[in-house]
Design a protein around this ligand. Structure first.
Ligand code: HSE
Length: 325
């Protein structure tokens, strides 16, 4: 990372940033594929202060679950890490307001959206000296702090926008893939909590070769489908034989939701990230809306509350928002 001297007198007074939720794994690509959606997403308001150090002023929308201690909160911890590397941590004061617009532990990359918003905000406040590639390792570190493992399939699409492939995990190699314009996600979050840490512990660390062959055929097929704008190929490739059979157990009505999605025209259906959110990938918004409505009705019949989000793929990643006040 090459950064020219940053003049702290030129640091902005405040900035407001939105970063998107993400659908990690993209069903068949455990830990290597993911895409961002337009909504929901998290927001960070960041202010320059005269008192050096990084502090959390407030967190909204977390039901009191996230730490206000700046060393324990992943957003402030990552901002602090970056300022330390830039030799600014003792010179600059930063205050953070975190506004969560999505549930924690939902499988929508909640912690990643917050971390990406925080790191994009500090970079913007400093006058954007770093590229997104420079910010990426800090985002991955945030994921490690949040759930004990530094997979990048949420933070990469949240930061870069679009669909991303994590080709290399140890030496991070993130590749942006094309996004067919009619690709829509119909996401349903059944109101049960599945922390990523727990959902990762559940899965086996050995796979059968015959299953691996199916899975990497599907990952290759999905990547080819994205390049070729081939919705049928995309649909038939988004099948997960490795992880879904284990994790589906944690998700109420999973196979019934899958049946509803596929019978109503979805290209594919699976778990979003580590769940419990599920995603119906559809060609066009109408099918995505129909499927999510039908799944919602089914869950209501079973007395399970749920939230729905229908969105195109977000191709931009984080963005600066105006202040309303
Ligand atoms: N690839 C991760 C998993 C995404 O499935 O555990 C969740 O953060």
């Amino acid at each position: 990372m090459r950064v020219n001297n940053i003049d702290i007198n030129k640091v902005l007074d405040k900035v407001r940033v939105f970063a998107p939720a993400t659908v990690a794994n993209m069903i068949c690509g455990f830990d290597v594929l993911g895409f961002a959606v337009d909504h929901p997403g998290d927001e960070v308001k960041m202010y320059k202060s005269d008192i050096p150090g990084v502090r959390i002023r407030s967190i909204q929308g977390d039901d009191g679950r996230l730490p206000l201690d700046a060393d324990k909160n992943t957003v402030s911890a990552c901002v602090k890490m970056l300022l330390t590397d830039l030799c600014l941590v003792d010179k600059l004061g930063i205050e953070i307001e975190l506004i969560k617009h999505m549930p924690i532990g939902s499988g929508l990359g909640s912690s990643s959206a917050s971390t990406v918003a925080g790191l994009f905000a500090i970079n913007t406040l400093l006058g954007s000296p770093l590229s997104k590639d420079d910010l990426m390792p800090y985002c991955v570190e945030g994921e490690r702090l949040a759930c004990g493992h530094g997979h990048a399939d949420n933070v990469a699409p949240a930061l870069m926008g679009g669909v991303t492939l994590i080709r290399g995990q140890h030496e991070l190699d993130v590749i942006k893939l094309p996004v067919p314009s009619e690709l829509f996600a119909g996401i349903v979050f059944p109101d049960v909590d599945v922390p990523t840490r727990d959902a990762r512990q559940l899965i086996k660390d050995k796979v059968q070769l015959k299953d691996a062959v199916i899975q990497w055929g599907n990952v290759g097929g999905l990547v080819a489908g994205l390049f070729q704008n081939d919705y049928d190929l995309i649909g038939r490739s988004m099948i997960d034989v490795l992880i879904e059979p284990t994790r589906a157990i944690l998700i109420p009505e999973f196979y019934e939701m899958k049946r509803i999605a596929l019978e109503n025209g979805a290209l594919s259906f699976g778990i979003s990230g580590s769940g419990p959110s599920v995603v119906a990938i559809s060609r066009g918004e109408v099918i995505a809306r129909t499927v999510t409505e039908k799944i919602k009705s089914h869950l209501l019949e079973k007395e399970i509350d749920s939230y729905q989000y229908v969105s195109a793929v977000n191709v931009d990643g984080p963005k600066v928002l105006p202040f309303n006040d």
